[in-house]
Design a protein around this ligand. Sequence first.
Ligand code: NAD
Ligand code: UD1
Length: 339
Amino acid sequence: MNALVTGGAGYIGSHTSLALLRQDMDLVVVDNFSNSHPEALARVKALSGKDFPFYEGDVCDATLLDRIFSENAIDCVIHFAGLKSVGESVAQPLRYYENNLISTLRLLQAMGAHQVKRMIFSSSATVYRSDSPMPVDESAPLGCLNPYGWTKFMCEQILRDAAVADPKLSVVLLRYFNPIGADSSGQIGEDPDDIPNNLMPYVAQTALGIHKHVNVFGDNYNTPDGTGVRDYIHVSDLADGHVAAIAYAMEHTGSEAFNLGTGVGYSVLDIISAFEKANRVKVPYVIGPRRRGDADAVYSNPDKARRLLGWQAKKTLTDMCRDTWSWQQKNPHGYRTGS
Ligand code: NAD
Ligand code: UD1
């Protein structure tokens, strides 16, 4: 099995690349480092003790893709490459539509030209309508609130249509909930470029003293403690979900969507107190106003992935907090630490 991993230097791509190598699969990585660092790939190689071909470039570049597919016998594409900041997508919608849609179209065209029939796509829980009843399952109606979400919605539709047109194609749409944590080595992890938008990296940086306190975005949501509830999943569990998805794609054709979550919701205050307890650190916080567009509670029904992929999340919230802290302490400035 030889997988082409687009965006393999990124947060989820690097952990999935490591999981594939640990399963003795071969891979080829392409990334333009628009939101990542070459050091991530060096560490994946060091942790796995294995090498793999790497192409630096843009997945929207048809000539580059033709070269990659010509030079490597690819069995399956795992398409992580994409822009992912919700706020940035509101400010720069065309850049988001261009990057996320064109990369997917070019990949499908190159796969068609080179007879590659399997695609695992990084989708998101954000494709579900915000008023969906929780826990949400894959049959819930879709609808988005921002351009980032719409890019995922549209890519899903493009991929479903492609699978209808080519009965030999196998498309697996993985809808991630909230990935956090890091490989237990603390060598690879999430490396936000700027001040983090997401909760967990902000909590970890606050514990380290980089920020004075966490701003809790609202405590008057319709949740047990009033703060937002999400389905946090360890990134290594998520990575294993891709290994299971490849096995599924080997056996099936057509398109299928799967939630990758734990099925359990935790509030912002749950996360802060779990982080303090797991790591024996203080995480000061201040309750502030709500962030626009945030839902009360979003958590998955993960049964379909358990039944059809034979996959379920194994790691606990304590594991997620401990591994995030290990990565953060060893790499206070991410992959730039020490350089
Ligand atoms: P990331 O930004 O860490 O990784 C994305 C990688 O893709 C980066 O290395 C970036 O340099 C690369 N990239 C982007 N556009 C490219 C292009 N045109 N050509 C080549 N490389 C390109 O993000 P991540 O958190 O690892 O997310 C991976 C995928 O999962 C994304 O598609 C994202 O939208 C999706 N997703 C992420 C989350 C999350 O919370 N992290 C949740 C749901 C879905
Ligand atoms: C956000 C994106 C989602 C994306 C996901 C992963 C929005 C509306 N949604 O999800 O599309 O897939 O990130 O990249 O941006 N919180 C705080 N203080 C903080 C940060 C967050 O209180 O400093 C709260 C939020 O209000 C929310 C929870 O923590 O209740 C989780 O927030 P976050 O990590 O940003 O993830 P989502 O909002 O679920």
